[in-house]
Design a protein around this ligand. Structure first.
Ligand SMILES: CC(C)(COP(=O)(O)OP(=O)(O)OC[C@H]1O[C@@H](n2cnc3c(N)ncnc32)[C@H](O)[C@@H]1OP(=O)(O)O)[C@@H](O)C(=O)NCCC(=O)NCCS
Length: 202
């Protein structure tokens, strides 16, 4: 049965990645990372993202973590400096589904970090939280995010796009899904993200 309260604290490892809880000492790294045009364009972050926004963000994150509402973890390679974030939210226990999201520091992109982090959290959501259907909402113009979804075995559903207005333009979010009992091929692709991750550094 799916859990009713998401576990806290949590550390998840795999694919050369360590996902850990955010800490107050991460404030400077968080502000530097989130105050970035692509993140402002494709995610619902305040922009500009300043220290005040960072403090509010970490506070809300902590509240959501202790109350078991969300999983919101810093992406790291060694448990230290954060290089991104991956989230699980909007858990529907009746439908056994939840939505996931991710972002990576502009200086750390195209190293497989988002794919690795999404794979690790998706596996945890399926195997430990027993969520049967995982969802991503992505604007088709966001090429890097759709590539991450595909690489982790998610597939595009035929659901109607969700229209969203943001400070930097409108978005039409497609729904992607990863369903329990997926084909072995897809599971293998998810597991093999790490191997490909080390094959490319640009
Ligand atoms: C989307 C995002 C998280 C991807 O992070 P990342 O760590 O660079 O992703 P990965 O390295 O795992 O990339 C996986 C694949 O995406 C593709 N990709 C990455 N960046 C790309 C780009 N700019 N254009 C086209 N494809 C891209 C590549 O195919 C890559 O695999 P490859 O390098 O082996 O070919 C990052 O670009 C980001 O933070 N964007 C802003 C926030 C955002 O859009 N979040 C998602 C909202 S839905």
């Amino acid at each position: 049965m799916a859990v009713s309260r998401l576990p806290f604290p949590l550390t998840l490892t795999g694919d050369g990645i360590i996902l850990r809880e955010w800490r107050s000492e991460d404030l400077d790294d968080l502000v530097r990372m989130l105050d970035e045009p692509e993140i402002a364009r494709w995610s619902p972050m305040p922009s500009p993202f300043d220290v005040e926004a960072g403090i509010a963000y970490l506070k809300r994150c902590y509240q959501n973590r202790v109350t078991g509402q969300r999983i919101q973890l810093a992406i790291t390679t060694d448990g230290g400096r954060p290089v991104g974030e991956v989230l699980l939210f909007g858990v529907d226990l009746g439908l056994r589904e939840a939505e996931l999201g991710y972002l990576v520091d502009v200086h750390e992109r195209r190293r497989g970090l988002a794919s690795g982090a999404l794979s690790v959290l998706s596996r945890y959501a399926q195997d430990s939280l027993h969520l049967g259907r995982l969802l991503l909402r992505i604007d088709p113009r966001n090429a890097s995010s759709t590539a991450v979804a595909r690489r982790c075995g998610y597939r595009l559903t035929g659901e109607a796009p969700i229209l969203q207005e943001g400070p930097h333009g409108s978005s039409r979010l497609d729904t992607w899904e990863l369903v329990e009992g997926q084909s072995d091929g897809r599971r293998d692709r998810q597991k093999n993200v790490a191997a490909r991750r080390y094959g490319r550094r640009t």
